[in-house]
Design a protein around this ligand. Structure first.
Ligand code: GKR
Ligand code: MG
Length: 437
């Protein structure tokens, strides 16, 4: 089996106005659907965050992806990195260069996105060729259902895309909560109830870094009051807090949080938190690559790392990360950005094949209404998703939906994620401040 062609389809997915430290989500989130067309007629698929720079990098990579055996995963990963290094030159590892993770809550490195797109689509091809599920190729499933956490956001009114602001007064439950604004502790608790009732989640995460710390701590305490100590709570201000603030707030959250995710920026500051605040610390911002592991271990900057196959270069590096975490006594959880079912399927296979997965995973999936896979949206049962049965990822593209979502992309005119620019539409003059409080 040889890869004959690569098809890259940017899509725009309706996304509600969710707030974070860097601003607010645009009405559409960009994703890229990648298809690898093999010589035997099989097609392997993957999904990654959208950005024109990533699209360009994928197109450039086509010259050495085409003609390669999809089983040659190590060779492909190395070639992608080499090509990206040549392309970026000195800027590759500069703080502000092309391969910088950036200060925003999400990761903007292009190489790992391209590696992820190619690896996942190859695993899908290998599975289809051999008749095995992706998780079985990766060593076998240690769980057949994967647990996820409710992911709460402060949000403005509306559900994104063309869904507008109108909701019939008769609408109840999650569809109403997905439209409603949630800007205070009462709104967050109502959102949590609606999301947990609809999906059965048994852990809850609140995205912070939006309002003054006292207000956000009140929301966490209101969640604890509403759900009791049996529901694990996580809180993530995306490093918008100073060390002083994070220590003061952390003291109030001891005994309340399951983990404190990126309260501050950088491994050194995260390590300081660990000296005074008695809550496990998690990160998807300060330890984000294998190169960061030695200093993270030396400093003791986190207790839990959030894997993400889009940001670690694929599913296999995340499984390796699981082994590293077990070796160094760290827990492993999973990070998420806005996504559809192809990414969800990959997350589920990764989680199924990772013995050392110690927490329920993050997912933005409840916030989306679009889907790009045949059969529509995934079902959640008691907050868990079943590993798909079919070979490879076990999901297929719905071509009609893919065309619709691509038409959204062309129409909406967005080329990359810019939550700060969106926020200015709401509050002219608003600027992103990496450490705000
Ligand atoms: O979707 O606004 C968001 C989140 O803030 C996201 O961008 C982060 O990458 O989910 C994320 C996180 O855990 O930091
Ligand atoms: Mg985070």
């Amino acid at each position: 089996m040889i890869i004959d062609d690569i098809r890259i389809t940017p899509i725009a997915v309706a996304d509600p106005p969710l707030r974070n430290a860097a601003g607010i989500h645009a009405p559409y989130a960009l994703r890229i659907i990648v298809e690898l067309l093999a010589s035997n007629g099989l097609v392997g698929i993957s999904e990654i965050p959208g950005d024109v720079r990533t699209e360009d990098a994928l197109r450039e990579s086509a010259e050495f992806i085409v003609g390669t055996d999809p089983f040659a995963l190590n060779v492909l990963a190395e070639r992608i990195e080499k090509r990206r290094r040549e392309h970026a030159g000195a800027r590759f590892e500069d703080h502000d260069g092309e391969e910088s993770r950036g200060d925003a809550p999400w990761d903007r490195r292009i190489t790992v996105h391209v590696q992820s797109a190619v690896e996942v689509a190859c695993l899908d091809l290998i599975g289809k060729e051999t008749g095995h599920r992706a998780c079985d190729i990766l060593g076998g499933a240690v769980r057949e259902r994967v647990p996820f956490a409710a992911y709460l956001f402060y949000k403005e009114r509306g559900a994104g895309g063309r869904l507008g602001f109108d909701v019939s007064p008769a609408t109840r439950g999650w569809p109403a909560a997905r439209q409603a604004a949630a800007l205070d502790p009462e709104g967050i608790v109502a959102q949590a109830h609606a999301m947990c009732d609809a999906f059965g989640f048994e852990s809850v995460k609140l995205k912070g870094g939006v309002f003054p710390p006292e207000e956000e701590v009140s929301a966490v305490l209101a969640l604890r009051e509403a759900f009791g100590p049996s529901v694990p709570l996580r809180f993530d201000p995306n490093a918008a807090w100073s060390l002083k603030t994070a220590i003061a707030m952390g003291k109030r959250l001891e005994g309340v949080l399951e983990y404190y995710e990126d309260p501050v920026r950088g491994q050194e500051a995260m390590a300081e938190i660990g000296k005074t605040v008695d809550i496990p610390r998690a990160t998807n911002m300060c330890t984000t690559s294998f190169d960061d592991i030695p200093s993270g271990v030396r400093l003791g900057s986190e207790d839990i790392i959030l894997a993400d196959h889009h940001f670690w270069g694929g599913i296999r590096p995340c499984i390796e990360l699981g082994r590293v975490c077990r070796t160094f006594g760290r827990g492993l959880s999973m990070h998420s950005n806005t996504h559809l079912g192809v990414s969800l399927a990959a997350m589920v296979h990764l989680a199924a094949a990772t013995p050392h997965l110690t927490y329920a995973l993050d997912t933005h999936y409840p916030w989306q209404s679009d889907e790009v896979i045949v059969g529509g949206r995934f079902d959640f049962d008691s907050g868990t998703v079943k590993v798909p049965d079919g070979p490879g990822l076990g999901v297929e593209l719905d071509r009609e939906k893919l065309s619709e979502l691509h038409a959204n992309y062309v129409e909406c005119g967005l080329t990359h994620r810019d939550d700060e620019a969106e926020m200015r539409k709401l509050e002219p003059g608003w600027t992103f401040v990496p450490t705000r409080w």
